[in-house]
Design a protein around this ligand. Sequence first.
Ligand code: PEP
Ligand code: MN
Length: 312
Amino acid sequence: MSTHPMISRSAQRAAPTVVRTGAAPVRGVTRAASIAVAPKPAPPFRLASRQYHPESTIVRAGGISIGAGLTVIAGPCSIESRKQILETARCVKAAGANMLRGGAYKPRTSPYDFQGLGAKALDWLADAGERTGMPVVTEVLSQEDVARVAEHADLIQVGARNMQNYALLRELARAKKPVLLKRGPSATIAEWLLAAEYLLAGGNPNVVLCERGIRTFETATRNTLDLAGVALVKQLSHLPVIVDPSHATGMRALVPAASRAAIAVGADGLLIEVHPRPDEAWSDGAQSLDPEAFAALIGELRAWPVRAGAIA
Ligand code: PEP
Ligand code: MN
């Protein structure tokens, strides 16, 4: 029997925890009787836990129901021009994407790398989303930009590097817009769910989790996609979980396999970087699919027998 400290009784579908009472066996009392049933300790992420909320949550963002079927979010890492985001939007929409992504504020490891085009890119993103009939997802980096990003985005991304930026999380809790909370590269599952708890406890129930790979000893892939972690979080929490196979692998050739794996372990959706000409992308070109590869992947996933029909 599992005695995982974070798994609720309902999630495990197992018998309740048993603990030894510690009392010395008394003559005539059987061994079984010296075992008592103890209540399971409450997980620290109370509001995110399935223990108190057994039904899976569906988060509605711009008319899309995340957590009901499989949601496909696609678009470029960075918004580079009005033309580039509109061209990408048309391609991903035609291939079957449900939501459009694009970065206006970019969290870059080096301060010398392209940092995003900022406010004007938000306008271009919102416009491309409107013209193609897709709600939009974009990242916010700092508290000062929350109001502006909330005006344009249907789902606000908290990047991996900001998962534990508690001031930002508190501001997003007040903003009430749906949030896509990426897992920090070195965050444990408990830390990730506690970050979600900041949003929930602050009054924003619209939280979507996103596994985007974690840092391990392995450097052959950009990150290590924690597939078992996705399966576990689906048991521990009622919140929808999206997988980002692009940042998880760093290589476009691995995106299809990682996408299939994500669906197989129960992910509620995928976040995939797509660029009209990946070799010319201003960021993350190596992990971006071109429109043809994206369309081929979605076609394959639609017909894939494991959870066939998951993509509407
Ligand atoms: C991104 O989505 O482009 C991004 C920067 O992601 P992450 O925060 O997961 O690195
Ligand atoms: Mn990126």
